[in-house]
Design a protein around this ligand. Sequence first.
Ligand SMILES: [Cu+2]
Length: 185
Amino acid sequence: MTSIRLSVVSTDLEQQLRRNMSDRGHACASICAGLSIEPTIMPIARILVAFAVAWLPFAVASAAELQVSNAWIRLLPGGVPAGGYFDLRHDGKTVVQLTGASSSSFGDIMVHESLTEKGQSQMRHIDVLELPPGRTLTFKPGSYHLMLMQPARKLNVGDKIPMTLEFANGERVTTQFEVRGPGGM
Ligand SMILES: [Cu+2]
């Protein structure tokens, strides 16, 4: 539970820092896009980072029920929305429901499933994806994927993009997604 509270705190804080920056009338688009923080705000940020690091051992211990691995983004040419893929392992006791994802790097993210119907490949929007205990959910090309739309900036192969998976019980799991080329994997 500690990890949930922690991630919510840091998200709120990031928003607050951004709000502070824009309240003060700074043209901070490029700074915000790079997620760096103005020098005057640094002391607050340092305290918060120290706080987060102090709690890290507890966060890791309690976040173990939901584990994301092999998280990557497939970058496609020509302005096509990128796809987000990962394995989600659930070692908890009850069913969890994945409801969506968010990232400051994308304006809109949807959970989709690719399927072939009558020889036509299509995508279906998914509101809630259930994951029973002891199972691994695999997002991969041709199957479940995160549809990553409205990129905040140009992505490059090798970039690491933080992405937060959101669950119906309020839990949030943030993972770094590695940007790869169309060949992926
Ligand atoms: Cu899609």
